[in-house]
Design a protein around this ligand. Structure first.
Ligand SMILES: [Zn+2]
Length: 417
């Protein structure tokens, strides 16, 4: 325990536990224990056994990602409460169909926080100040709807649970050959069965369809931000650089990568085990749908953080590149697994599968339209500097420079004090 404490302080700072909210910490512990118990039961059903779970620590730090630490041969899993706050904002923006200006303002702040994590305090202060300025110019006159608020709170809780369950799944699958074999068999077959079904029913997109859908999406993203205008050639060129190569049989290619790439396979298995562990005890199929939507929302949100990290020159991009290579495949595979789980595993799930399919597709579309398009097509921190910053007065930069040299002010600006 002592060693963990020292490592925690070294990684997350001496005050890592200071801002952890006690009720949330006990909630995370409950998720943790219940998930492990679920994995242990599954393992016993498959003829194996799991030992005690690894140690669990909750921190509140700017880092945000879940961590594993090892000391004296023991692994501990760390959950960062700040990740929940990020999930909360991104989920609220998506659900409320927030304006591009509001989304941009939050992306600037999130980017500033990511710069702070890697020690680039100048950029952190600059973008943090830009976010502050943007926010003070924004009028948020949207009424919070109680129904959306309730939905957000459910979806955020489930996303946090999914992340904790995903980390635990790595340990569980690494400790039991029986659990690993069975998960590979079940989740791998579900994906294959689902892709077979889509191919047979002609639901897979052809190359031409996928291409035209991409350009429709680009048009919609532009029109949303520039109503009534025609999309300029530069914007089309910029979009082309983001365009995935659409090919017929793309789903089959994802499936082949799943078979061929052991790292992707392990991430997919942990995603699947985590997502299905959220369903334990849900009799209500709307809860099942919420759990699968939240699991994919968590992957979308984590990917967004990694894309922002990719914009920071000084960031260590190794783990990042790995995550981003797999991100799209993990989303597609989790969606396929969820639909197949509903069709072939859950009793009475079959008739609700179209609803699940609609909900998952709906979340993808909404998240892309409201948040991700802003990031991909309009938010370029490196190129934004000369254009946007030129419009700000000298005083703005003097203040930002001062903040950069004062750790307490900087933490306050970024919401970490
Ligand atoms: Zn993982």
């Amino acid at each position: 325990m002592f060693l963990h404490d020292r490592q925690l302080s070294a990684t997350f700072g001496d005050d890592h536990a200071k801002r952890v909210l006690a009720p949330l910490e006990s909630l995370y512990r409950r998720y943790y224990d219940e998930t492990w118990q679920r994995y242990a039961e599954l393992t016993v059903n498959h003829g194996g056994r799991l030992d005690d779970p690894p140690q669990f620590h909750v921190v509140h730090s700017p880092k945000s990602y879940p961590h594993n630490i090892r000391s004296a041969g023991e692994v501990a899993i760390i959950y960062d409460q700040h990740l929940g706050q990020v999930f909360n904002r991104l989920t609220a923006l998506t659900l409320e169909d927030a304006s591009p200006a509001l989304v941009d303002c939050y992306l600037q702040k999130l980017f500033a926080q990511r710069c702070y994590v890697v020690g680039d305090f100048d950029s952190a202060a600059l973008f943090g100040s830009v976010a502050y300025l943007m926010k003070s110019n924004l009028k948020n006159d949207k009424q919070q709807s109680p129904a959306l608020d309730a939905m957000r709170s459910v979806l955020v809780g489930l996303q946090e649970r999914f992340v904790i369950a995903h980390e635990l799944a790595h340990t569980a699958l690494g400790s039991s050959e029986e659990l690993l074999t069975n998960c590979e068999w079940l989740f791998g077959n579900l994906v294959t069965d689902y892709y077979d079904l889509r191919e047979e029913s002609g639901a897979s997109l052809s190359e031409a369809e996928a291409n035209s859908q991409f350009w429709d999406d680009v048009d919609a993203a532009f029109m949303r931000r520039n109503p009534g205008a025609t999309i300029p050639e530069e914007a089309k060129l910029a979009a082309r650089s983001q365009k995935p190569t659409a090919r017929s049989g793309a789903e089959r290619e994802t499936e082949q990568r799943l078979r061929a790439d052991p790292l992707l396979r392990r991430e997919f298995l942990c995603d699947s085990l985590a997502a299905t562990s959220l369903l334990t005890g849900s009799k209500d199929l709307s809860e099942v749908i919420a759990a699968f939507v939240a699991s994919t929302a968590a992957l979308h949100n984590l990917r967004l953080l990694k894309i922002l990290d990719g914009h920071i020159e000084s960031a260590d991009t190794d783990g990042n590149a790995n995550f981003l290579t797999h991100a799209q495949d993990r989303l597609s595979l989790l969606r396929a697994m969820a639909n197949a789980y509903m069709l072939f595993v859950l009793p009475a799930g079959k008739e609700h599968q179209p609803e699940l399919h609609r909900s998952l597709t709906g979340w993808n579309k909404d998240f892309a339209a409201v948040v991700n398009d802003q990031l991909l097509f309009h938010f370029h921190p490196k190129t934004m500097r000369p254009h946007y910053l030129k419009t700000l007065g000298a005083e703005f930069f003097t203040i930002a420079d001062q903040i950069a040299t004062d750790p307490a002010d900087l933490r306050m600006l970024l919401g970490f004090s």
